[in-house]
Design a protein around this ligand. Structure first.
Ligand code: NCD
Length: 306
């Protein structure tokens, strides 16, 4: 595999290998500290980011490599009208691997078709975000010990939330997984995800608008931010932004073993009072993202610590 554009490019066995590598990095980071010596990662971010870009960069530094790139479209030649294809052909001359985030769905695929080096989709519009899914999977693995027989509640902006789409695709391959889709009517999961992932794979699911009703059944609660930047008007965003706010009171009916995930950034959808609950995994999840990106960079560059 040369690129990671969609999480489904990785087989379950390949995901297991990435998780095994990440667990080994956690156990013995020194073993990996020089594996990417002399290699360069370019981070091309045409949209805002904190975790994804910085964890990619930290990942490359911790592998002994170097990093170059830009963090906003305005500081690149995109502001002068350069196409994604041309930008990528040029950056391919300077870097060994490229992580790219873009507001347009499909832009990383266009990049992959024009690159001589591996391309990683670091988020494309409201479509996909495969490396966030890698972070989510390592978190589920570390918190739950495996991926089977889990009831997963996804709550918030299921329409524009690209992390939800990629996570559902990945989890749909494990036995005994069920989804509870919790959203306002206007932010329901897009039909293409319902058809491809749920109906296409015969996965049990239910849709509801009440987080309280869903809570007692859940093994995992994946909270999401309402994606302001993808709305067509401010009034709709203002009306929907606080549809769900997770508080300690709402967790009273939850399982003791619940794991609360959130890709972050959080706006209002999880009260800070929840942060001290041992079931809150979202900051551990952000750390897991760095380890999985290290494992992914090694896989795409075909480097090993021996
Ligand atoms: C997510 C994203 O960019 O889609 N953030 C992230 O990468 N951790 C979620 C979000 O922005 O709400």
């Amino acid at each position: 595999m040369k690129n990671l554009i969609d999480i489904m490019q990785l087989s379950v066995e390949e995901l297991d290998e990435l998780i095994a590598t990440a667990m080994d990095i956690i156990a013995d980071p020194a073993k990996y500290s020089q594996v990417c010596r002399g290699k360069k990662l370019a981070t091309l971010f045409f949209e805002p980011s904190t975790r994804t870009r910085l964890s990619f960069e930290a990942a490359m530094y911790e592998l002994g490599g170097n990093v170059l790139g830009f963090s906003e479209a305005q500081s690149s030649s995109a502001a002068k009208g350069e196409s994604v294809a041309d930008t990528i052909k040029v950056v391919s001359c300077y870097a060994d691997i490229i992580a790219m985030r873009h507001p347009k769905e499909g832009a990383p695929l266009v990049a992959a078709n024009n690159a001589d080096v591996p391309i990683v989709n670091a988020g494309d519009g409201g479509h996909n975000h495969p490396t966030q899914t890698l972070a989510d999977l390592l978190t589920i693995y570390r918190e739950k010990g495996g991926f089977e027989d889990l009831t997963i509640g996804l709550c918030g902006d299921l329409k524009f939330g690209r992390t939800v789409h990629s996570l559902m695709s990945a989890m749909s391959r494990y036995k005994g997984v069920k989804f509870v889709l919790i959203s306002p009517e206007e932010l329901r999961l897009p039909d293409y995800v319902v058809d491809d992932v749920l109906k296409g794979r015969n996965i049990p699911y239910e849709e509801c608008t009440s987080l309280e009703d869903a809570m007692p059944k859940l093994d995992i609660l994946y909270m999401t931010r309402v994606q302001k930047e993808r709305f067509f008007n401010e009034a709709d965003y203002m009306r929907l932004k606080d549809s769900y706010i997770l508080t300690p009171e709402k967790l009273r009916t939850a399982k003791e073993t619940l794991s609360i995930l959130h890709p972050l950034p959080r706006v209002n959808e999880i009260s800070v009072a929840v942060d001290d609950d041992p079931r809150a995994c979202y900051f551990r999840q952000a750390l897991n993202g760095k380890y999985m990106r290290m494992a992914l960079i090694m896989k795409l560059l075909e480097v090993k610590p021996w």
